[in-house]
Design a protein around this ligand. Structure first.
Ligand SMILES: [Zn+2]
Length: 454
């Protein structure tokens, strides 16, 4: 058997670190892992010495079509440069959220012409199109996105905050087809009330954004979603959880047998709302950044095993341009810096070990979305998707150099340790030495195979 590639380095799986180990790749798949001396010769042999070979990151939460400038070429270039080998594209697309099988097929065909890393698709959960939930269940989707809060620009995507009755109706159909419902959990009515109050008092400065979104506006919606999922026996995933207490609520429900998981994002793990005040002239994000106590609380939840995954919520909006904070869009670029930031704050600073990093960023996301074992791990039979990370390399984040078209970063000027130096998708190098070298259209649609109970 001739081998295409043998890659040697410190191999990280979701459960172990294997120092100086080789991975043999053929036809884009991993065919063996072990000592190089036991492997046949390969066409190409790469030894990354003491660098870390991680399973490519799987991002459950990417918005590629929510701004006119971005698109899948840019979002997947940013992904490749950040060691992300599969993106799960959310349906908040300008022109309308895909919900029917033909909408999804169209989106997949267009995406496949642009993407350089692999992608999966999440369908829009729309109360006006309840039948689409049933019709699209087996179209290869990873689940349905639903909004409990009309996040900025939602009208452009044909999505809006649904009420509890509509959520109940959608959850019922999702449960019927045993799919996953992914929910943006923030309370529309509480936030609208507070924004009105603040506006009446002319409090439209930058910090008004987080002042009008207290933590309880998230936890109350998490409770509602959990209770509905529990009653209907639906698989629930809460996206971008920003409050430690939300993970306690999720854990309590899991102890009762509710199939619920939660993801948090790098910005809640690396920044607090004081940073937001400093660099807030550039951005808003939903949910907002929280207190330092809550930021540290999220790390505690991670160490306790209550956080299931970390996603980017990559949504590269232009940032603050209007004087009234409420008139600006929310969303931040994030996919390119996600893995290095979590490595820096997590592994480098001693909060988690490398296998835990692989669980949070590859293995658990791939299982939630039903893409494992094709994606999410380094094991025989899996796709040869790797992020090669230099754990010693120090660098400074510069928004202008990132591939996202927004050209800013909320971590501008931050010095971090740990950098992605190359990325492989199905055995092909798509990023190396600061250059994205993947071919436009190389990325493939990855479909859900089955559900896993996380
Ligand atoms: Zn999002």
């Amino acid at each position: 058997m001739s081998i295409d590639l043998i890659l040697t380095g410190n191999v990280v799986t979701p459960f172990n670190v294997y120092e100086r180990t080789s991975i043999a790749v053929k036809g884009g798949k991993i065919v063996s892992i072990g000592d190089k001396s036991s492997m046949p010769a390969a066409q190409e042999e790469v030894d990354v010495k003491d660098l870390v070979i991680l399973p490519g990151a799987v991002d459950t939460h990417t918005h590629s079509l929510g701004t006119p400038e971005e698109g899948h070429w840019n979002s997947t270039s940013a992904a490749a440069a950040g060691g992300v080998t599969t993106i799960n594209d959310h349906p908040l697309d300008i022109g309308g959220a895909p919900s029917s099988p033909s909408d999804l097929q169209n989106k997949a065909e267009k995406t496949a012409k642009e993407a350089i890393v692999d992608f999966s698709l999440l369908a829009g959960g729309l109360p006006e199109k309840l039948d689409d939930i049933l019709a699209s269940a087996n179209a290869g989707i990873t689940g349905y996105k639903m909004l409990m809060h009309s996040t900025s620009g939602a009208h452009l995507y044909g999505m809006r905050a649904v009420d509890d009755g509509e959520l109940y109706a959608m959850f019922k159909n999702i449960a019927k087809v045993d799919q996953v419902g992914m929910v943006h959990a923030e309370n529309e009515w509480m936030i609208n009330y507070l924004v009105d109050e603040w506006t009446k008092q002319n409090k439209t400065y930058l910090a008004a954004h987080h002042e009008t979104r207290p933590e309880v506006a998230e936890t109350v919606s998490v409770c509602t979603a959990i209770e509905l999922a529990r009653d209907l026996n639906m698989r629930l995933h809460i996206v971008h959880v920003s409050v430690p207490r939300s993970f306690d609520l999720i854990e309590r429900a899991r102890a009762e047998g509710v199939k619920v998981t939660g993801e948090t994002c790098p910005h809640y793990l690396l920044a607090n709302h004081d940073l937001w005040k400093e660099v807030g002239s550039h951005f808003k994000i939903n949910p907002p950044l929280r207190s330092e106590e809550s930021r540290q609380g999220l790390w505690k939840k991670i160490r306790e095993g209550k956080v299931h995954m970390i996603s980017s919520d990559h949504a590269p909006h232009p940032g603050i341009q209007e004087p009234n904070v409420f008139d600006n869009p929310s969303g931040s670029p994030g996919i390119e810096t996600m893995l290095p930031l979590v490595f820096h704050e997590g592994v480098y600073k001693g909060n988690i070990d490398l296998p835990k990093l692989a669980q949070l960023m590859s293995y658990n996301p791939a299982r939630l979305m039903g893409l494992y074992p094709q994606k999410g791990s380094i094991e025989v039979g899996s796709d040869a998707d790797f992020a090669i990370l230099d754990p010693q390399k120090e660098w400074v984040i510069e928004g202008g150099k990132l591939r996202a078209q927004s050209k800013w970063s909320m971590f501008e000027g931050m010095k971090i340790t740990g950098k992605v130096v190359s990325t492989y998708v199905r055995g092909t190098k798509v990023f190396e030495d600061e250059e994205v070298i993947g071919q436009r259209g190389y990325g493939q649609w990855v479909k859900k195979v089955r559900n896993y109970d996380l």
